[in-house]
Design a binder for this molecule. Structure first.
Ligand code: ADP
Ligand code: MG
Length: 351
């Protein structure tokens, strides 16, 4: 597999202002220490497991055609990395990359962000502004957390994706753009379509190619290399003992790679010695290893509850409502407990 951007020279010369690293050097096939490191739009990515190599291959194939791509997977598992890889592998790689999180903005702002507005279109619109679709012309627009789009925006997006020209808010001039759309979500869109929260026609339009990124616990062979990679960037003089690495592999990582990276950064800041031992890890991670091992005699009620919650979240693939149902608690209580664990340093971003 050729991992170069088809127009890689633009990139190497710093086109678009993005730093470009070692992606020209390594193939996707894992072959020994250090192999599998790529950089997509300045984000270094370690691709080691067969599962992630397959995801990357699919991303490369999708990149070569014009199809819209939907990337699904739990929070923190690498969906944005895959989206950036698609742009990197595509013929559009020297053209703009534009991204927006549909969850980060209130509904009424999403429309003007995406489609732009003319001066005076609404109170506060003191100057005309191009929308992200226009800014992404010729390139790639990444709609993150697309499951959060409100129903009115879903209709408008579908029309634009079907090739209907649109107007900026308050505009009279039709806008035509050539944009490749990549969307991502951690929501269960099947469920959202059943309840009518997400339009089925939009789903089909967005998912001409569907890439499912597996959660970290389904590719445990990635845990050690990723932990060592994050540690070497944070504090090159530190390393994990084999026992600490085994503990990391035994924990289900409901917050996926993001949680792993945060844990490594926190641990690196608090451990003085050259070697990180299991005792230096957060108790929940150490306990994660004893899951099912019958080693609970000294566990507190609180830590058993935490384990039950994390295990159920793992079983429901991060689905909060289903996990709450299974545990016999309300989704609100579940959210409160997850917030507490996060404040204790065991981030639970799944779902
Ligand atoms: N394979 C990987 N190699 C290196 N970093 C990764 C990898 N996968 C995820 N990350 C990092 O983990 C964090 C979460 O990844 P991201 O792509 O934002 O996840 P998602 O979009 O699914 O929430 C980011 O900081 C990202 O750079
Ligand atoms: Mg994300």
């Amino acid at each position: 597999m050729n991992l170069d951007c088809p127009k890689g020279d633009h990139f190497r010369n710093g086109h678009n202002g993005f730093a470009h690293g070692r992606s020209h050097a390594a193939g996707a096939a894992p072959s020994g220490r250090g192999a599998g490191l790529h950089v997509f739009l300045g984000l270094p990515a370690l691709i080691r497991s067969q599962a992630m190599s397959r995801v990357l291959e699919l991303a490369e194939r999708a990149a070569r055609i014009q199809a819209a791509v939907l990337i699904t997977g739990e929070s923190g598992c690498g969906k944005e990395l895959v989206a950036r890889a698609i742009h990197h592998f595509s013929l559009r790689c020297a053209r703009p990359w534009v991204d927006i999180s549909c969850a980060a903005l209130p509904d009424h702002l999403v429309e003007s962000e995406l489609f732009g507005h003319e001066k005076g279109a609404f109170s506060g619109a003191e100057a005309a502004k191009a929308g992200l679709f226009e800014l992404a012309h010729g390139g790639t627009l990444f709609l993150d957390e697309v499951g959060e789009l409100d129903p009115r925006m879903q209709v408008k997006l579908l029309r634009v994706l079907d090739g209907t020209p649109y107007y900026r808010l308050g505009g009279v001039r039709k806008v035509n753009v050539d944009v490749r759309l990549v969307a991502a979500t951690n929501l269960d869109l099947e469920q959202a379509m059943k309840t009518g929260r997400f339009r089925r026609d939009l789903y089909h339009r967005l998912s001409e190619v569907h890439i499912a990124v597996p959660p970290l616990r389904e590719r445990p062979e990635d845990i050690g290399p990723l932990a060592e990679f994050f540690l070497s960037r944070q504090e090159p003089s530190l390393r994990f003992s084999p026992e600490a690495l085994a503990a990391l592999r035994g924990y289900p990582w409901p917050g996926n790679v993001r949680e792993l990276r945060n844990m490594v950064v926190k641990t690196a800041l608090s451990v003085p010695g050259p070697v990180i031992e299991p005792a230096d890890l957060h108790p929940t991670i150490r306990n994660g290893r004893s899951n099912g091992g019958g080693n609970h005699r000294t566990a507190t009620l609180e830590s058993m509850e935490r384990q039950a919650i994390l295990k159920t979240l793992t079983e429901t693939r991060g689905h909060h409502r289903r996990a709450a149902d299974l545990l016999g608690i309300s989704p609100r209580t579940l959210r409160r407990k997850l917030k507490l664990y996060e404040s204790q340093g065991v981030g639970c971003h799944a779902g």
